[in-house]
Ligand binder design. Structure first.
Ligand SMILES: *Cc1c(COP(=O)(O)O)cnc(C)c1O
Length: 392
C-alpha cells in the first residue's frame, strides 16, 4: 500500500473531537503540577467551581478522568441497581448504545426506539411509564450526534420527575453549544465533556449529579468503588483538603480550565447564538444546493452538528476524502446505522462561527462536483450568506 502524503487539515469541521480553541492549547501547555502540590489542589477546586458555574449546578459536579464514554459507562454502573427496570430511549447510535451498558446492570431493559432521523415523543415516554410503573431509571441522549438530532429532554425530564424516576442524560455534544442544563431537565446524572462544544481536548468527563442520585448510588451495593468506573470515589475530590482516589489528568484539567474561562468570559448565551446561526446558515446553504438534511424535520436539527444525506450514487467515504484532499476540510462520517448515509458538519466551539458554514458548503459542493455530482455552489453560498446577514 502506498503512503498518502499526510498534511494537517486546514479546517476541522467535525462533530468531535474538535479543533480546540487557541486558549485551550495554551492551557494544555501549562506546568504539570504534582497533584498534591497546594497550588494544584487549590486550582482543581477552582476548576470545579468554574465547571459548576458553567453547568449551572447547585451542587459540585464530578470530573472523571477519561473522555465522556467513561462518564456514561460510570453512570450506568453506578446508578443502576440489579433490581432496577430501565427505560432507554433510542433515537440514534449513542442512545441505543447506552442501552447495552444499562443491560449489564439492570433487571430488565425496556426501550422506546424510533427511526434514527426522528426524535423521542414525550407522550410515548409518559405512556410507557404509565404502562410500566416499575420503571425506575430512564436514559436519553440529548443530541444523538451521528444523526444530528435533538431530543426534547426538558419535557422528558418533567415526565420522569413526575413518575418519581431517575434520569440519565447524555449531553456530551450539546452542552456548551445550546441552552441545556442538568437541573432544567431534571437530570439525576448529566454527562458532558470538554471535547465537543466547549472546544477543549478529549480526556475528561463532566458530570452533574443530583442529591437523589448520590443517595441511590450510595445505597447500591453494585456501584463501583475503588475503580476507574466509580463516581462515588470522586464525591469530595474537588475539595482541596480531600485526597484524590488516583492521579487526576493534570494536563487535561489545565485545558479544561482554559475552555471554561473561554465559555464563561464570552457568555453562554453569545456562544449558543453563534452555534445556532452557524447551523442555520449551513442548513440553508445545503438545501439551496439541492441536498437533503438527514433529520426528518428542520425543527429537530441540531445547532451543533448538521447531518446531510449523501446523494444517491455517491460514496460517503469518497466524498469526505475529496473534501479533505482537495480543500483540506475534514468532515465527520455517520456511525453505525447512519454510516454511509450521511456526512456531518460540526459547529462546535471554535468552528461555531457562521462563516464556517460557507467553508463547509464550498468544500462539500466542490467535492460533490469532483465526484461527478455537480451542485450549484454559488446558490449554496448565497443562501448561507443571506441567513448570516439576516441575523444582523
Ligand atoms: C462524542 C460523544 C460521546 C463520547 O464518545 P466518543 O465517540 O468516544 O467521543 C458520547 N455521547 C455523544 C452523544 C457524543 O457525541
Amino acid at each position: 500500500m502506498s503512503t498518502p502524503t499526510l498534511r494537517d487539515p486546514v479546517f476541522t469541521l467535525t462533530s468531535g473531537p474538535v479543533d480546540a480553541y487557541p486558549a485551550v492549547l495554551r492551557g494544555l501547555s501549562r506546568t504539570i503540577h504534582y497533584d498534591y502540590d497546594p497550588v494544584f489542589l487549590a486550582f482543581y477546586e477552582r476548576v470545579n467551581e468554574k465547571a459548576q458555574a458553567a453547568m449551572r449546578l447547585s451542587t459540585p459536579p464530578v470530573i472523571l478522568h477519561g473522555e465522556p464514554v467513561l462518564g456514561l459507562e460510570a453512570a450506568a454502573a453506578s446508578l443502576i441497581a440489579r433490581d432496577d427496570v430501565v427505560l432507554n430511549l433510542a433515537s440514534g447510535v449513542y442512545g441505543k448504545g447506552f442501552g447495552f451498558w444499562a443491560k449489564r446492570h439492570c433487571a430488565e431493559l425496556v426501550e422506546i426506539e424510533v427511526p434514527y432521523n426522528e426524535t423521542i415523543d414525550p407522550d410515548a415516554v409518559a405512556a410507557m411509564l404509565k404502562a410500566r410503573p416499575d420503571i425506575r431509571i430512564v436514559s436519553v441522549c440529548h443530541h444523538d450526534t451521528p444523526s444530528g438530532t435533538i431530543n426534547p429532554v426538558e419535557a422528558i425530564g418533567r415526565i420522569v420527575a413526575e413518575h418519581g424516576g431517575w434520569l440519565i442524560v447524555d449531553a456530551v455534544s450539546s452542552f456548551g453549544g445550546m441552552d441545556v442544563h442538568a437541573e432544567d431537565c431534571h437530570a439525576d446524572i448529566f454527562v458532558t465533556g470538554p471535547n465537543k462544544c466547549l472546544g477543549g481536548a478529549p480526556g475528561l468527563s463532566l458530570l452533574g449529579v443530583s442529591d437523589r442520585a448520590w443517595t441511590k448510588m450510595k445505597a447500591n451495593p453494585d456501584a463501583p468503588r475503588a475503580s476507574m468506573l466509580s463516581i462515588l470515589d470522586w464525591e469530595q475530590a474537588w475539595r482541596r483538603d480531600r485526597p484524590f482516589p488516583f492521579t487526576p489528568s493534570v494536563a487535561e484539567i489545565n485545558g479544561l480550565d482554559a475552555a471554561l474561562d473561554q465559555y464563561l468570559a464570552e457568555g453562554p448565551e453569545v456562544v449558543w447564538a453563534r452555534h445556532a446561526l452557524t447551523a442555520r446558515a449551513c442548513r440553508a446553504g445545503l438545501q439551496a444546493m439541492g441536498l437533503a438534511l438527514w433529520p426528518a424535520r428542520e425543527e429537530i436539527a441540531s445547532p451543533t452538528t448538521t447531518a446531510v444525506r449523501v446523494p444517491d450514487g455517491v460514496a460517503d467515504a469518497d466524498l469526505r476524502r475529496a473534501a479533505r484532499e482537495r480543500y483540506g476540510v475534514t468532515f465527520s462520517s455517520g456511525r453505525g446505522e447512519t454510516l454511509g448515509k450521511l456526512v456531518r458538519i460540526g459547529h462546535m466551539g471554535p468552528t461555531a462561527q457562521p462563516l464556517y458554514a460557507v467553508v463547509a458548503i464550498s468544500a462539500l459542493g466542490g467535492a460533490l462536483g469532483a465526484l461527478g455530482h455537480a451542485v450549484d455552489i454559488g446558490r449554496g453560498v448565497a443562501a448561507a450568506m443571506a441567513a448570516i446577514d439576516a441575523a444582523g
